[in-house]
Design a protein around this ligand. Structure first.
Ligand code: FES
Ligand SMILES: [Fe+2]
Length: 467
């Protein structure tokens, strides 16, 4: 009996695992090895993926190792032209990891196996036996054996992204209506573009679950908060101090607005979406325990208020919540979360936290302490989340459990589109699962598509939309 559910490109079989009328998704899509392999080839091989931040590479020769799906990439600032490039971290000789460190600075990268050596632009500059008469005898064409470079790379207001597919659209087109929010999230607290640096080294840890559990459905998932984070809420452990009865938001949203969950069913991005009805941003609200920190942020905030006094902030602006850039990157003010799949039941989470790059030390220290006590494996809030994410996978993969569909029907049928709204944005209630459904619309499009020709520009909504 053939148990494979792996489909060939263009095949529509995977559709049968999603019931768009009921709003359900079969668990097979989360636990099946074939599906996972196909995701790596057709989603992670094609999408723009987040690699890191330029502040990790300040000096020529600085490097760090990142991931694109299950594969490692070496991201390095060249010593000669100072450009940042990204390469598969796999030696062209016989595949060893060329770089075995998380980050650092190097003159060259010498493979630890047989010492093939690459410079910081990825060129092969030396190979054992290259000139030996009994070896390569001068016939090794070094220019053909450089490290494998990504097909496209971009630095978007300090955030570094790449894709393995030369036919992928530009990064800005890929982001569509979410581009301005990504840009906004990279501003300093004074409103200046690309104003952040990230704390390094950042937190990395593995969670025994399928990557889609957190990546697709934790942004935005407001219904989990009251239950999952009950103890944090009850204890009123705010990010900084008790704000208005234990509110865990950093600042209050005082500009008139309507809050939605929004999913782009063509592009797959989505999450919180606040429609601000008036320009400007609200007055600063003090919130820090540590001396002098509010003074700094209040001063920066005045500058930001000036910038936005006549402008409406983007939908995720003003600390309005997080959103997912398809497929595995979740972003909000200062907190960037990447979900790297390792295996069908293992995902590695990286958390990057931004801080104003020109902030004084006492401010950077205060922000670092805040993000550590609030987020990550030992943080008060995310340890709650992991209690749930950890058990979803083992509780879903048994012979009985796998027969039952997951329910993504919250708000199904209540979404609406607006004339003139970009992309295929569907707005829905503040507590709906619209963004989750949008992710599956795009997931299916990728899994069915032959190539980017079928994926962008969006040719026909009907072919790609589940909901
Ligand atoms: S595998 Fe790298 S030098 Fe042989
Ligand atoms: Fe949570």
């Amino acid at each position: 009996m053939d148990l494979s559910v792996r489909t060939s490109k263009g095949d529509k079989f995977l559709r049968s695992f999603i019931d768009s009328e009921k709003g359900t998704v079969n668990r097979e899509l989360y636990i099946n090895q074939d599906v996972f392999e196909q995701e790596m080839e057709q989603i992670y091989r094609r999408c723009w993926l987040f690699l890191g931040h330029e502040s990790q590479l300040r000096n020529p020769g600085d490097f760090f190792v990142s991931r694109m799906g299950t594969e490692e990439v070496l991201v390095v600032r060249d010593r000669k032209d100072q450009k940042i490039r990204a390469f598969l971290n796999s030696c062209r000789h016989r595949g060893e990891k060329v770089c075995r460190y998380d980050q650092g600075n190097s003159l060259i990268f010498t493979c630890p196996f047989h010492a093939w050596t690459y410079d910081t632009s990825g060129r092969l500059v030396g190979a054992a036996g290259q000139n030996s008469p009994q070896g390569y005898a001068g016939d090794l064409k070094k220019e053909d054996w450089g490290l494998t470079e990504v097909a496209q790379f971009t630095n978007y207001y300090g955030t570094l992204w790449a894709t393995w597919d030369k036919d992928a659209p530009s990064f800005e087109d890929y982001l569509g209506p979410f581009a301005e929010s990504v840009r906004y999230m990279c501003e300093g607290s004074d409103g200046v573009d690309n104003g952040l640096e990230v704390f390094t080294p950042f937190q990395k840890w593995r969670v025994p679950t399928n990557w889609k559990v957190p990546a697709f459905t934790s942004s935005r998932d407001p219904e989990h908060g009251a239950m999952t984070h009950r103890s944090v809420n009850a204890a009123a452990i705010g990010p900084m101090r008790e704000l208005q009865g234990g509110d865990r938001s950093r600042k209050r949203q005082l500009i008139e607005n309507i809050t939605y969950v929004c999913g782009d069913h063509n592009l797959g991005h989505g999450g919180a979406w606040t429609k601000y009805l008036a320009p400007g941003i609200a007055e600063y609200v003090d919130g820090w325990y540590e001396d002098g920190v509010d003074d700094y942020f209040r001063e920066m905030h005045v500058k930001k208020m000036e910038k936005y006094k006549d402008r409406i902030v983007p939908p995720q602006g003003h600390d309005a919540g997080h959103f997912c850039v398809f497929p595995n990157f979740i972003m909000d003010a200062w907190r960037w979360r990447i979900w790297h799949p390792h295996e069908v039941g293992v995902v590695e989470r990286w958390s990057l936290f931004g801080v104003d790059k020109d902030a004084p030390k006492h401010v950077k220290d205060a922000v670092r302490h805040y993000v550590m006590r609030y987020n990550g494996p030992s943080g008060a809030t995310e340890s709650d989340d992991m209690e749930n994410w950890n058990y979803v996978y083992p509780a879903s993969r048994g012979a009985v459990a796998r027969e039952w569909d997951y329910n993504f029907a919250n708000g199904l049928g209540h979404g609406f589109q607006e004339d003139g709204a970009p992309g295929a944005l569907v707005f829905n209630g503040n507590r709906s699962e619209e963004a989750h459904r949008a992710r599956f619309s795009r997931w299916l499009a990728f899994m069915e598509a032959e190539s980017w020709d079928d994926l962008y520009p969006i040719k026909s909504d009907a072919n790609h939309r589940l909901w």
